[in-house]
Design a protein around this ligand. Sequence first.
Ligand SMILES: [Zn+2]
Length: 167
Amino acid sequence: MKPVRVRRYVPKNIRKRRWRGHNVDINLKLDWLERLNDLKAFDLRSICEGHPNSADLDKNGPHIIISLNSDLEVLFADKWPACQKMIKEGIDNVVFHPLTYVYFDFCNHYSRSNNRSYLRREIYLMLHLNLKKCRRITESSRDDWFTANVKAIEEYNQFLCDLLGTR
Ligand SMILES: [Zn+2]
C-alpha cells in the first residue's frame, strides 16, 4: 500500500473517516482515493476536501498532493535536462479543472542535523483549488473539482509513465 500523509493537526469539528488506516475527510469519495492510490508513477501524499469556512486553523481549500514514486526518481532526474519542455507540455496538455492552481516541483535538498546529513530528491505535483476565484465551495463544485482533477492526474500519470518507459 502506498503511504498517504494527512494533516497532523485535525480540528475536532472536521469530520473524518478511516480509509486504509488513515483519517481522511469524510466527503472524499472512495473512488477518488482508490484511483489516486493506484497511480503507477505517483504516491498520494496529501488530500483535503477543503475547510475554507472553518473557524480554526485548518482554513484551507481542497487540494491533492502527489509525489513521484521513489523508484522513478533517478530515471526522472536523468530525463530532466533533456525533457523539461516535454514535462511542461505534458502538464499543459492535461485538462485540469479550470479553477485549479497547478504546481510541479522538482528539487534536491541537503539537510544536516546531529552530525548526519542527507541528500533528498522530491518531485511533487500539487493541485489547489484557486480560492481567489472560488470563495464559496458547494458540495457539487467540490465534487466537480475532484472528479475532473483525479481524471487529469491519471492522464498525467500515464504521460509520465510513457516518458519514463514504465509500464
Ligand atoms: Zn481536510
